[in-house]
Design a binder for this molecule. Structure first.
Ligand SMILES: NC(=O)c1ccc[n+]([C@@H]2O[C@H](COP(=O)([O-])OP(=O)(O)OC[C@H]3O[C@@H](n4cnc5c(N)ncnc54)[C@H](O)[C@@H]3O)[C@@H](O)[C@H]2O)c1
Length: 383
């Protein structure tokens, strides 16, 4: 067995996503399974180089996992010949500058979403990356969730007939930080620091809608900052300047209407933290992170509206679980493996910077729709 080592800068490794999902659950998990196998038997072997601002934190992460390569000097890491990939899971605002530096250094780039704060910047990154001949990728982890994989299977298998609508609920209560610490970083609630639920979630909704149902042609959104003051990690109060809830309607090619609510100010009365209901002429499905259930046309009950009587049936019991039929691995890891095969073996990978830029575009147009109080069409982005 030949090992093909590949140096990967992990910038933002002390953060929630950088540490848990990308370092531990993806890159180190890939090493634990013996690398990523190529058809010729070679195994791609990630060699993480941890990059961040705080030396003590980096050393602590490295020591905990028996890693030896870490630095607070991004330029020095980018100058290393054994580093071929730059990965970014820093706060969104720091991303563009660092990615430009990585492209200039000739590294392939994989990054958390959103690719940039604005469409023009994201598109420019795509163009600069193309011109430099490097390979690019943007995290689109929701596509690899078991629930959504099963939903995609239903779409591909023609279960729905003509799909009419999609309605999604995403969210949970994020504590204000006063009497219980918040479970998300405080920058998420400050517009000036790149926060906001539209910028955070619309890039996800973009690829979920496009890959499962079709391209988004228009968006209408109402946004709110329901909780105007929060308390940060250091216990200091701050004004929440970013949107913490977004109520969006997305018109898709082919006439499908998708309504997706995203909120950090909602208490969960659902089976999962995100759920999508899809209704079609032949059947309907409800998919979450892990589970998916269906109701076919032939077994659809016929409820009759009568508010004078108690409900006569348990509607939730009238659905059937979609079986797994396969093993589902961690979504972040599955996408990392695909990106590594793309870089090392040239395998196709369609979740590139242009795809990421389209996600940024949807967020930007969603915010414009909310600001101007109108429906906004989504023009096609080209290289
Ligand atoms: N794919 C997903 O499901 C998903 C989920 C959450 C967040 N994200 C994305 O991942 C990125 C990181 O989010 P997170 O929740 O891990 O954030 P976090 O606050 O936990 O981590 C941010 C990281 O950026 C570093 N950083 C660099 N410069 C900084 C600065 N000037 N101020 C503050 N921190 C700085 C921090 O040290 C830390 O390592 C964001 O771009 C976010 O949009 C993706």
């Amino acid at each position: 067995m030949t090992r093909r080592p590949i140096g990967i800068i992990v910038n933002g490794v002390t953060g929630r996503m950088g540490y848990r999902q990308h370092l531990v659950r993806s890159l180190l998990a890939i090493r634990e399974q013996g690398g990523v196998a190529l058809p010729d038997g070679t195994r791609i072997w990630p060699e993480p180089v941890l990059v961040g601002r705080n030396e003590a934190k980096l050393r602590e992460v490295a020591t905990r996992h028996g890693l030896t390569e870490w630095t607070t000097d991004l330029s020095a890491a980018l100058a290393r010949d054994d580093v071929e990939i730059y990965f970014d899971s820093q706060v969104t605002q720091q991303r563009e500058k660092a990615i430009r530096q990585a492209i200039e250094a000739g590294k392939h780039v994989y990054t958390e979403k959103p690719l940039a704060e604005e469409t023009d910047a994201a598109l420019d990154l795509a163009r600069v990356a193309d011109a430099a001949g490097i390979r690019t990728g943007v995290v689109q982890d929701k596509l690899f969730l078991p629930g959504l994989r099963k939903l995609k299977r239903l779409v591909d298998g023609g279960f729905f007939g003509r799909i009419l609508s999609v309605r999604g609920e995403f969210g949970y209560w994020v504590f204000e930080g006063d009497w219980q610490p918040a479970q998300r970083p405080s920058w998420n609630y400050r517009a000036e620091d790149g926060g906001g639920i539209v910028v955070d979630m619309f890039p996800h909704w973009h690829y979920v809608l496009e890959e499962l149902f079709g391209p988004v042609r228009a968006v209408s959104a109402v946004i709110a900052t329901h909780i105007p003051e929060r308390v940060d990690e250091a216990g200091r109060g701050y004004p929440a300047t970013a949107d913490d809830a977004a109520y969006g309607t997305f018109e898709l090619a082919g006439g499908i209407v998708a309504q997706l609510n995203s909120s950090w100010c909602v208490r969960v009365n659902r089976d999962e933290l995100v759920e999508f209901q899809v209704d079609g002429t032949e059947g309907s499905a409800v998919a979450g992170l892990r589970n998916c259930k269906v109701q076919h046309r032939a077994v659809t009950p016929k409820p009759v509206w009568n508010p004078d009587l108690p409900a006569t049936e348990n509607f939730r019991d009238q659905w059937t679980a979609v079986p797994d039929n396969e093993e589902f691995d961690n979504g972040f890891k599955v996408q990392w493996e695909a990106f590594l095969r793309h870089v090392v073996a040239g395998e196709p990978f369609r979740w590139d910077f242009l795809a990421g830029a389209r996600g940024v575009q949807l967020a930007e147009l969603g915010l414009r729709s909310a600001r101007e109080g109108r429906r906004v069409e989504v023009p096609e982005l080209r290289r």
